[in-house]
Design a protein around this ligand. Structure first.
Ligand SMILES: [Fe+2]
Length: 227
């Protein structure tokens, strides 16, 4: 017997090495942002810099070294998809930190305004919560909602596996980075470590250097006309 799994969602995981001294500097910078803009009342949701006025983290020179390392892994992801980066201008459209305290999490969402997104774990204590990806298009859904949790509980589905699941969780170590298409719904698992988790996220936009003859990818914005 042969089984073919067609049309995958591709998630890339890699590791980034930074010096501990650099980590301390970045953590302190993020804590400053978080303290400036966090509400007094404790929320069940993590602090996310993109919605708190800190959405251009990589324009801060302290993050330059890290952003360079992330850039090379983004290129690896594009290479994996066989997208010829010679044709592209690639931009960090937004970049921000997230600060997740004990019991906090982030609900399902997408970053539909960009092409590729990532999360890098600057501080990731054990049990501080993984990332969950969800698919809204289940190719193997032979009957509507047959793979929902209730069917698992009622033993109609024997056990969850990659063929019948609409979600998958990654609980990665500190210094891991995960890269995914921006339109993929994702959420975080509540932090159960008693310690903060700090990640750095970003959205990447790709556009053609020269759009002559191409229809679908974004033409270079240097040619746009502002009205
Ligand atoms: Fe996100």
């Amino acid at each position: 017997m042969k089984v073919f799994n067609l049309f995958p969602l591709t998630i890339l995981q890699n590791k980034i090495h930074i010096e501990e001294e650099e980590r301390t500097i970045l953590v302190n910078e993020i804590k400053k942002m978080q303290l400036q803009s966090s509400e007094n009342t404790k929320s069940s949701y993590a602090w996310t810099g993109d919605t708190k006025g800190h959405e251009f983290l990589f324009s801060n020179s302290l993050f330059k070294n890290l952003s360079k390392k992330i850039s090379s892994i983004i290129i690896e992801y594009l290479n994996l998809l066989e997208i010829n980066t010679n044709h592209l201008d690639i931009y960090y459209q937004r970049s921000w930190a997230t600060y997740t305290e004990h019991e906090q999490s982030i609900n399902f969402h997408t970053h539909s305004q960009s092409n590729i997104s990532f999360a890098y774990y600057l501080i990731k204590p054990p049990k501080s919560g993984g990332i969950i990806f969800r698919s809204n298009e289940l190719q193997n859904e032979v009957a509507k909602n047959i793979f929902t949790n209730s069917k698992l509980e009622k033993s109609l589905i024997n056990k969850a596996n990659p063929y019948n699941s609409d979600r998958s969780m990654f609980d990665l170590d500190q210094d891991s980075i995960i890269i995914f298409p921006s339109k993929t719904p994702h959420a975080t698992v509540p932090n159960k470590s008693g310690l903060p988790r700090i990640s750095i996220s970003g959205d990447i936009s790709i556009m053609l250097k020269d759009s002559k003859g191409f229809e679908h990818l974004m033409p270079n914005f240097s040619n746009w006309t502002k009205f």
